[in-house]
Ligand binder design. Structure first.
Ligand code: FUB
Length: 308
């Protein structure tokens, strides 16, 4: 009977640990997670939601002034490496913007390039900046100017096996352009990615490659809230064909969702967000992760979010 008791305790503790994984970060709001594997560790670069007040941003709207990076060896224990960039450090950013939206980070030749959108000082709309570090944990030093020729949000960088880097972003449509080897300037004219849904908001592009197919994933509002969808293509620039749904709309009405897909220790994961810690205000979000798998034909098996 002792064996049965200890087995039951172990099963209970194991199931508790699994349930306790989502949301991933409990002491602050986090959103728009880009997960990357650097040096055998999983790093997540999310946005950092705070609450706007009368003198800080726009009450009732998104409010983001900085970024933290988190790392984990096992996707259960997370280390917060602290603030890696603040809007006040970005020379071209509007200091009253509070619009440090969805970021990305990639490594090239031992340097880490952190891409972030925010509102510029003297112009409407959003621009995309780059900050550079020698470590995935920062500190990141922002360039003096945003990337020339890019207007929009939600930057994503994909480096193909031949070394060519591509920048994707959203601005009404989803755009792609090649990056120069310095990773900070465009090497080609921005193109709108064709054949994506015409109706409804599309944003948050995230591209990855698996077995020679390129997956362009994106949140899309067809109805009320964002559904995570994807298109597949033979090259990083397409042509892409809308293929399916990765995750259905939020069951509790969180308006945004935002994804990245990563392979860590031979398992694929979908990182995304919901508003678990702020059920009444969906601009204070929390990042989550769930396992993801593929069908034999390369299509993605729809992910059911694990609940708490
Ligand atoms: O977090 C602010 C914006 O909401 C992001 O840039 C979008 O992708 C959506 O998640």
């Amino acid at each position: 009977s002792k064996i049965i008791f200890f087995t039951l305790c172990a099963v209970w503790l194991y199931s508790f640990a699994l349930q306790a994984q989502n949301p991933l970060i409990l002491d602050q709001y986090t959103a728009d997670p880009t997960a990357r594997v650097f040096n055998d560790k999983l790093y997540v670069y999310p946005s950092h939601d705070i609450l706007c007040t009368e003198d800080k941003g726009r009450v009732g709207w998104f409010c983001m002034e900085d970024y933290h990076v988190f790392s984990s060896h096992n996707l259960t224990a997370w280390k917060d490496h602290g603030e890696i960039l603040n809007q006040t450090e970005v020379a071209w950013a509007d200091p009253s913007g509070y619009s440090m939206w969805a970021p990305d980070c990639v490594e090239r030749d031992g340097k880490y390039y952190f891409y972030f959108p925010t509102k510029p000082k003297d112009e409407k709309g959003f621009k995309i900046g780059v900050a550079i570090s020698d470590s995935p944990e920062g500190p990141f030093v922002p360039l003096e100017e945003p990337i020339a020729g890019v207007n929009g949000i939600d930057p994503n960088v994909f480096i193909d096996a031949d070394g060519q880097a591509y920048l994707y972003w959203s601005g009404g449509n989803i755009f792609v352009a090649k990056l120069k080897p310095n990773m900070t300037e465009l090497a080609s004219e921005p193109q709108i990615i064709a054949n994506l849904p015409q109706e409804g908001l599309k944003e948050g592009p995230f591209v990855f490659e698996r077995n020679g197919s390129y997956y362009l994933t994106y949140p899309h509002v067809e109805n009320k809230t964002e559904r995570l969808e994807y298109a597949m293509g033979p090259t990083p620039e397409g042509p892409f064909t809308v293929t399916g749904v990765i995750m259905d709309e939020s069951p509790t009405g969180c308006w945004t969702n935002h994804q990245s897909i990563v392979n860590f220790k031979d398992q694929w994961y979908l990182f995304y967000h919901h508003n678990d810690l702020s059920p009444d205000f969906d601009k204070n979000r929390s990042i989550r992760a769930d396992s993801l798998s593929f069908n034999a034909d390369g299509t993605i098996v729809k992910v059911q979010p694990t609940l708490r």
